[in-house]
Design a protein around this ligand. Sequence first.
Ligand code: PLP
Length: 428
Amino acid sequence: MIYKRSSALFAEAEKVIPGGVNSPVRAFKGVGGTPIFVKEAKGAYLYDEDGNRLIDYINSWGPMILGHAHEPVVNAVIEKAKKGTSFGMPTEIETQIAELAVSMVPNIDKIRFVNSGTEACMSAVRLARGFTGKDKIIKFAGCYHGHSDSFLIQAGSGASTFGTPNSPGVTAGTAQDTLMANYNDIESVKALVEANENEVACIIIEPVAGNMGCIPPKEGFLKALRDLCDAHSILLIFDEVMTGFRLAKGGAQELFNIKADIVCFGKVIGGGLPVGAFAARNEIMNYLAPLGPVYQAGTLSGNPLAMAAGLSMLTELNNQSEIFTSLAEKTAYLHKGIAKVLDDNKIVHTINRVGSMISVHFDGAEVVDFKTAANGNNDTFKAFFHGLLNAGVYIAPSAFETWFITEALSYDDLDFTIAAVDTVAKTL
Ligand code: PLP
C-alpha cells in the first residue's frame, strides 16, 4: 500500500502538533512507520487519505460498536446541531439518556455526564474520597484509567507500598496516595489494604482489562475484591469505559454478576462523540455538587450533540440486545480462525477474548497480568501489525491494546482477516 499523502500530512502535523498527534498511541511509536491519516469511514471500513481501504479493528478505540457513520447516530447529531450546539443549560435529552442508562445498568440510581473517560475516572475517585473521607486509592499495574495525575503512577521500589510518578509533572505527593496491586492477584490487594488500614478510599479496576491487551478476570477475582471492599469499607470502582454497553447491556457488572459501588463510562456511551459518565447509587451520587460537598463540573458536559449521539446508540443497543450475542459470536469466530492459522504456521501465541474484546499475544504462556502481557515478543508483533496493515487490516499499533469488534463486520470481513493473518504468519 502507498501512504504518500499520509506521510506528507504527518510531516505538516509535526510542525504544529507535538509529535503530530493529539494522543500519543496514534504516532505509531510502538510499531514504527508513519501514522495513517483517515479521510472517512463507513461501517467496518476506514478510508485513508491515499485511497486505501482498511478493515478497522480499533473502531476509535471502542466507541463505534455498530460501525462507522452509523446512520441513526449521524442523523440524530445532524438534527440536534440544527437547533444549537451548546447552551450550558439543562436540556431534556440529558434526562432521557440518563434514564435509559440507569435502566440498562445494574446498581446505579444516578449518572453524571462528563466529556471523556479520563474525567469520569478522575471524578469517580474524587467522589470516593469525599464519600469515605479517606485519601488512598488502589489501582492495578497495566490498567489504564485515563491521564489524570492519580493514575499516571507505577509501582514503588523495594518495600514501599505506594507508587511513584511515571510521568514528569505528576508530583511525588500525588503518587503517594496511589497504591499499586497486580491484576488477578488478590493477595497483592489484601497486602496493600492491610498495610494501609482505614486509609483506602477505593479500589479502581478495569473488570476486563483492555489496556495490556485483553485480560479476563480470573474466576472469583472480582468477587474476592468485592468481599475485601465490604470488609474494609472501601468503594469498588469498575472502570467500564471499555466494557460498558459493550460486553452486555449492563456491562461487566451484569456479565460477572458483581456489584460495583461506582461505575465509569466512556466510548460507547457517547456514540463517537466526546462523552464520559460516572454513576452510583443515590447515597453516593448525592454527595456530588450541587447536592453534596464534592465538586465536579463541565462547560460542555451533557452537550446536546454528544447526548443525541449517545442516546441513539444506547437506544439501539437496548432495543436489540441480540447485538451482544452476535458480537461475541463474531469475535469467537475470529479467535478460532486466527488461532488455527497461527498454529498451522507454528507461531507461538496466546489469544485472550471476552465478548467483543480480543487480543493476540506473541508468547505461549497464559497472559493474566501486566508482567505476563509484557512477555510478548514485540518484534513479532511489529511485523504482524505491518503485515496486516499492508493487507488492508488495521489493528491497534501497540501490542498492549485490545481489538474491538464491531457489528458492522461481516463474516466475509472476518474470513478476509483470517486469510491475511495466514499470509502474514508465513513471513514471521
Ligand atoms: N478507562 C479506560 C478503561 C480506558 O480504556 C480509557 C481510554 O482508553 C480511559 C479510561 C480514558 O478515556 P478517555 O481516553 O476518553 O479519556
